[in-house]
Design a binder for this molecule. Sequence first.
Ligand code: ZN
Ligand code: ZN
Length: 215
Amino acid sequence: MRITKDFHIHNCISKDGTGSFDDIAAAAKSAGLTKFAITNHSFNHKYGRWENDYEFVRAECKRVGAVFGIEADIYRKDGRLGGVRGREFELVVAGFHRSPNWGRAFFGTKKGNTQMYINTIQKNKIDILAHLNTYIKVDCKAVAEVAASRGVLIEINGKRVDFTHQEFLDMQSTGVKFIINSDAHCPSGVGKPTAAYEFLKGVKFNPKQIVNLAK
Ligand SMILES: [Zn+2]
Ligand SMILES: [Zn+2]
């Protein structure tokens, strides 16, 4: 199993990541990727305080041939996307994180969490839903139905997969498309989504529904 594109990569701009822009580009090349995105944490995340460097990061992505992305926070029940502050990106990955969310009142019910995800997908231009079911649980199939209707990809995360095989099959039955991403926080992880490959070994997946699997 091999991926052709990796659309969820952090580097030194995320305070929990390492690697210069050139390091990431070199790693992407050596992993045989035809396309890659640099998607650092968004501005309200504790590891994403780079709003003042927005232009620099955009220029660096362009210089090294990376898609200029962000990993924005799913964080409000009304569907407001956290941390993008009206800025433009070529790619928006959206995910729920402990920071800046931890302790907010709306956690706890699967129904409420699911509604938060659905509202966020409906109200924003999102390309990829990152690490679904990590930190908080949702009704995966209900989220996938809305994602499918909006053309949003569901990520199979390279570091951890928190939906079950049955939940994956339920999502697959909606026709939604998936993408495998490394979620690398250092150059050596780029293009190497080990946990996703392990997960897929045990389930009858439809390769046509995974957009970046090498033939
Ligand atoms: Zn994340
Ligand atoms: Zn990430």
